[in-house]
Design a protein around this ligand. Structure first.
Ligand SMILES: [Zn+2]
Length: 473
């Protein structure tokens, strides 16, 4: 049965050919034949319409999808720009495509779903932004590229673009947030959203070390497991939720309760396989030959320790330093040799001759053992920065710096070190844990969180975490 036909936008090609046909018939044929011919052409379209309907994206949806994808392909690892300069100065290149997740057509096409409504098919939720190549690829093989996979890609890609837009993404990846519930001094869930460079600060026993250990747990789960019996309320399990970004967004979850378990994106797994490298400079460096009780740290002990340094050999000093960094001795020496060719960030010149590690002071070099505590800490800081830089070329890397490792720096030096770190363009993520914010702190480049609670080792009151407002306390 024929019926009157409304012409849709996508039928414009048919309309064009119909009009051409009309023109030809108008010139050559009698009037009634012309009318019949036009009706035939238009009704062909109508019959096809009844058979199949395509629900294409509106231009507004296409534009929005491209913007949300940062005008880059969502295919994992592709990241090609879908827009750019054309050779003609008044034109821009466009090689992006709004690919349909479920087919635009009701009856055919890849990932076709006849039960979907037209609104669902043309909604932005049903689009994934791709380059031309990958747009064609995902439509050529619906078995390899099912709906769930494309939706996952889209989420991961938009997450990545969001982090980039916020200026938070570090070259190879980073931890974007951690939430801790019912552990140490954290009673209710406390969440920290990390930046490229983050300072966590708070007084004694407010959960700084616990948080730092959880971050370190991304590489070495034993660091995190040290806390497995430290629930705030013993009768309830504790959870630590991580969001980390490397090739995509991954969600890890540690559960401490009657049993300890690890989850990745809700599935139980044997351990954390994050692929992250964490350089954790957490303690006052003490050579193994020197007796030192960290819990009774005071200035007298520091003097004793410095005196004891003079009795140890270059060889055992190098061994201990390498152990501190977690890289093999040879690798440690390589890092110092690199530093000896170019100045470090905090120390003008460090060098190693045989097993003699020395640093430039004034016109000459002084053996590491002869440096003051603060000087030693700056040398170590430079070495760790170099190691993290090496690592970041191959793996997502976090440099975690605890206040114990820089505690000999006075307020002025600490403020200078933080200012410098805040300005450096680092290829890795930096997290610094501090007891307090030094006066004259320049917060430029930093995301700062304050762990607030009643201090003291015996306090049992809960701690809360909040973004720092900038008021020193
Ligand atoms: Zn692509």
């Amino acid at each position: 049965m024929r019926r009157t036909v409304g012409i849709k936008i996508h039928d414009l090609n048919k309309l064009d050919s119909a009009l051409l046909g009309m023109k030809a018939f108008f010139l050559l044929r009698p009037k009634n034949e012309f009318k019949e011919r036009v009706e035939n052409i238009m009704s062909e379209g109508a019959e096809e319409d009844e058979e199949d309907v395509r629900d294409d994206f509106s231009q507004g949806t296409i534009d929005l999808l491209a913007k949300r994808a940062g005008h880059t392909c969502s295919f994992p690892g592709c990241d090609v720009f879908t827009t750019g300069p054309h050779t003609q100065p008044n034109k821009a290149l466009n090689q992006g495509t709004a690919a349909h997740i479920i087919s635009a057509s009701r009856k055919r096409g890849p990932r076709c779903d006849p039960s979907a409504t037209p609104e669902q098919r043309k909604s932005i939720e049903n689009g994934v932004w791709c380059c031309g190549t990958h747009g064609r690829l995902i439509d050529s093989d619906e078995t390899s590229f099912p709906v769930s996979l494309l939706k996952q890609w889209k989420r991961d890609h938009e997450d990545k673009i969001r982090l980039k837009a916020e200026g938070r993404l570090v070259t190879r990846g980073m931890i974007t947030s951690i939430s801790i519930t019912n552990l140490a001094r954290f009673e209710e869930t406390q969440r920290i959203d990390f930046g490229k460079k983050t300072i966590l600060y708070g007084g004694a026993s407010v959960g700084k070390t616990c948080t730092a250990d959880m971050v370190a747990g991304l590489e070495d789960i034993e660091r995190a497991l040290r806390w497995r019996d430290a629930q705030f309320a013993k009768e309830r399990p504790a959870t630590i939720s991580y969001e980390v970004f490397s090739s995509g967004l991954m969600r890890w979850r540690l559960n401490f309760g009657v049993e300890t378990s690890v989850q990745c994106d809700d599935a139980f797994v044997p351990t954390i396989y994050s692929g992250f490298k964490v350089f954790y400079l957490r303690d006052v460096f003490v050579p193994s030959d020197v007796e030192f009780d960290e819990t009774k740290y005071d200035d007298t002990q520091e003097e004793e320790r410095d005196a004891a340094y003079t009795k140890i050999s270059n060889r055992s000093l190098l061994d201990d330093l390498a152990k501190l960094t977690g890289v093999p001795r040879e690798g440690f020496i390589t890092a110092i040799q690199t530093l000896s060719r170019a100045p470090g960030d905090f120390w003008e010149h460090i060098k190693i001759d045989g097993e003699n590690l020395s640093a430039k002071v004034g016109d000459g070099y002084i053996n590491f053992r002869g440096l003051s505590s603060g000087e030693k800490q700056l040398v170590l800081l430079d070495i760790f920065m170099k190691l993290a830089e090496f690592s970041s070329r191959h793996a997502p890397t976090i440099f975690l710096l605890d206040h114990w490792a820089i505690r000999s720096l006075d307020d002025g030096n600490l403020a200078n070190v933080l200012k410098k770190l805040g300005k450096l363009e680092l290829p890795f993520q930096l997290i610094v844990v501090l007891g307090r914010i030094p006066p004259l702190f320049d917060r430029d480049g930093w995301t700062v969180f304050h762990l607030k609670g009643e201090g003291g080792a015996f306090s049992r009151s809960p701690v809360s975490v909040a973004a720092w407002t900038g008021v020193a306390d």
